[in-house]
Design a protein around this ligand. Structure first.
Ligand code: IVH
Length: 674
């Protein structure tokens, strides 16, 4: 291959096409077949080459490029889209008798006296979406809406990695493919999203379906891209392909075109065999990383489907068998009240351990007092625990027949179970909190958070040790961590000299962590790691943040009213102020890296960064530029000296092009500073 420098425009265009097609093929092998043939590194190299060519030659940038999956510009609202063929729903049933009746109905409508062949597949618990490819090119995605009119969610669906923007070898017969699928979240992604939401103080999603639906409603596709949505294609409108005569063949054809199809589709003859397969699947469905709430049974022959037709609501050729949520009965032995890092008191049920859908359940969250009242449960009750569309098990009811009068009412405490101070309930919250900042339960959680890997990264300071240190009164706030010494630590139960030395070393090392880490470590409500990074970029030191008014804080990217208030209140609390001062006296770095040491070759230059850089995190490159005398800003203007771009650059790239701002890679930036 010619080096890019020597290529003419025609050759560049050809190379871009080659790269797109090669990356698309590798995506198919990776996402659809799960059989990658190149390493991640080799893939990244192709991707970066394409990205770089598209940057330099935006005239060759096309909407089907695999580099377009990072989410476009925010939208003001969704356009309405009319579905030419309505998006129907399915009749459903929870019992096998009704399934047999469905089979009888099908046979009678078709006047068939032999067994019907069905195409059967798991029913994904997600959100229905319609997708249109025009001549093999992804052009539209719409939500179901009321079945006839939905929202245009093209930009959001585009972010789904497994969904190709161009179909493989789409021939002439593939004009205007109109297909339907289910957008969903994998269980591990869901747990990760909820963990981050908890950290940021946001409301948790109840289940994967709600989380997927909530994500599709976001108006900022970049945010949607972060949610890592997934999709399976399961149906199509009308007859798609000339020679194909069955539903299962159509699915296979769609798969060949590069579309993600559910792996467990089967063609099965006769309703008894269908029921057998449903039972088989029911046994293994919990092992999957996605939630299925049933099975869809479809008549396989497309000609029969046409004869059977549809009612206004649902097709007569298909039915959904829905699994009952898995339930077990056990005994509610106790209810304990846990105090979290922010002081929220959460009731937790203590159960006689039972096995349910692949895991042993011994406790469940009861959320809050209202939930306990709603359930009407008492200690000693036989309770039903369920794991349905929720990854998280929950108590759904108690067995009133087994009550014998010995059951005990659950009393929500009015005092903190740990420190004894009165609990408070704020008018706009369901939660009850302990507001005592020195409460030991909160203190333990706050210290654990402070030492966490993403925060001050104090290795060795985990839950057990924190608990001991707090119980012994050796840790009273963040600053006392830095007053520990080897002898004190070594004298604790189960602590050897070596571990004590390592811990003290790690504590000492943590004093010089990046500025954003200490901001995050302070545990300010709603300030997760991302917002901490934004704050560290924006402000030189803690004092500067402290001086901000609520209005100033509101203008920060990623902030909102409750976030701004929370930051403001944190820094205007006397006790917090004392701790921060102590940390400063202990020489914990509470500011960005020193700005004035060494030569200043970048003085007078302003930089903007877009995309993900290979070598530097955002805070690292920011520190580097600022240490060398340069300035870094968020927006491109005619005063910008350089735009440094990495993988998946945003709109800043085009803006820089329009304003004739110099656009450079990371490597070119490094040459500037040698
Ligand atoms: S076939 C006429 N197959 O379930 C619609 N649907 O409750 C034919 N769903 O609206 C749909 N997994 O969004 C089909 N494997 C699957 C499915 C599936 C989930 C959804 C679909 C439908 C809803 C009905």
């Amino acid at each position: 291959m010619l080096p890019i420098l020597f290529m003419n425009k025609e050759q560049i265009k050809k190379r871009i096409e080659e790269l797109k097609s090669s990356i698309n093929k590798h995506n198919y092998k990776y996402y659809i077949l799960a059989e990658p043939v190149i390493t991640d590194e080799q893939y990244d190299k192709l991707y970066r080459e394409l990205l770089s060519l598209e940057m330099q030659y935006p005239e060759f940038l096309s909407s089907d490029s695999p580099t377009r999956k990072v989410g476009g510009e925010p939208l003001k609202g969704f356009k309405s889209i009319e579905h030419p063929i309505p998006m129907l729903s399915l009749d459903n049933t929870y019992n096998f008798n009704e399934l047999r009746n469905f089979d009888k109905r099908v046979k009678s409508l078709l006047s068939a006296d032999t067994d019907i062949e069905y195409s059967i597949e798991p029913k994904i618990d997600g959100v229905a979406v319609r997708i249109v490819y025009d001549k093999g090119l992804f052009v539209l995605a719409a939500s179901r809406g009321n079945g006839t009119i939905g929202d245009d969610i093209t930009e959001n669906i585009k972010t789904i990695k497994r969904l190709p923007l161009r179909l493989i070898d789409a021939g002439e017969d593939l004009k205007d493919i109109d297909i339907r699928g289910e957008v969903f979240l994998r269980k591990d992604t869901f747990l990760e999203i909820n963990m981050k939401r908890e950290e940021a103080g946001d409301k948790l999603f109840a289940n994967t379906r709600n989380a997927a639906a909530g994500s599709l409603k976001l108006l900022n596709p970049k945010e949607v891209a972060k949610r890592n949505l997934d999709i399976f294609i399961h149906s199509f409108s009308g007859k798609l392909f000339g020679k194909i005569i069955t539903y299962s063949q159509t699915l296979k054809k769609l798969e060949k075109l590069g579309l993600p199809i559910i792996k467990y589709c089967r063609v099965i003859k006769g309703i008894d065999n269908v029921i057998k397969y449903i039972n088989e699947w029911d046994k293994i469905r919990d092992n999957q990383n996605y939630i299925t709430d049933g099975m869809v049974i479809k008549v396989n022959k497309l000609e029969y489907c046409k004869t059977l037709g549809s009612t206004a609501k649902s097709p007569r050729w298909a039915i959904a068998y829905k699994f009952k949520a898995k339930q077990v009965e056990t005994i509610l032995k106790d209810v304990i009240f846990q105090v979290g890092r922010t002081g929220v008191v959460t009731p937790v049920s203590i159960l006689e351990p039972v096995s349910l859908a692949g895991s042993v359940i011994s406790r469940t969250t009861l959320h809050n007092e209202d939930e306990i009242k709603r359930l009407g449960i008492k200690i000693g009750d036989r309770v039903i625990v369920e794991k349905g569309g929720d990854v998280i098990p929950k108590i759904v009811k108690y067995d009133s027949n087994s009550r014998d009068g010995s059951e005990i009412d659950i009393k929500f405490p009015n005092k903190c179970p740990i420190c004894g101070s009165y609990l408070v309930k704020y008018p706009d919250e369901v939660a009850v909190r302990c507001d005592n900042i020195s409460c030991q339960a909160q203190l333990k959680k706050r210290i654990e958070h402070f030492a966490e890997r993403d925060a001050m990264d104090i290795r060795g300071l985990g839950e057990e040790l924190v608990s001991k240190l707090v119980d012994k009164g050796l840790i009273k706030d963040f600053s006392s961590i830095y007053e520990l010494n080897e002898n004190i630590v070594a004298s604790l139960d189960r602590m050897g000299n070596k571990s004590a030395r390592n811990l003290i070393y790690s504590i000492e090392e943590s004093k010089q962590r990046d500025f954003f880490r200490i901001i995050y470590a302070l545990g300010i409500r709603y300030v997760g790691i991302n917002l901490a990074k934004v704050l560290a970029r924006r402000f030189r030191d803690i004092d500067e943040i402290k001086c901000m008014s609520c209005e100033d804080l509101l203008n920060i990217e990623g902030s909102g009213e409750k976030v701004a208030k929370s930051i403001y209140n944190y820094f205007h609390n006397e006790q917090n102020d004392i701790v921060i001062k102590k940390l400063m006296d202990l020489r914990i770095r509470m500011k960005r890296e020193d700005e004035t040491i060494g030569p200043q070759p970048l003085k007078g230059f302003t930089f903007v960064i877009t995309g993900t850089l290979k070598k530097y995190s955002r805070s690292e490159i920011k520190n580097k530029i600022e240490n060398l005398g340069g300035k870094i800003t968020d927006t491109v203007s005619k005063n910008t000296s350089y735009l440094i771009f990495g993988e998946n650059p945003g709109s800043k790239f085009n803006k820089a092009l329009n304003l004739n701002v110099k656009i450079i890679t990371e490597e070119e930036f490094e040459k500037l500073i040698i």
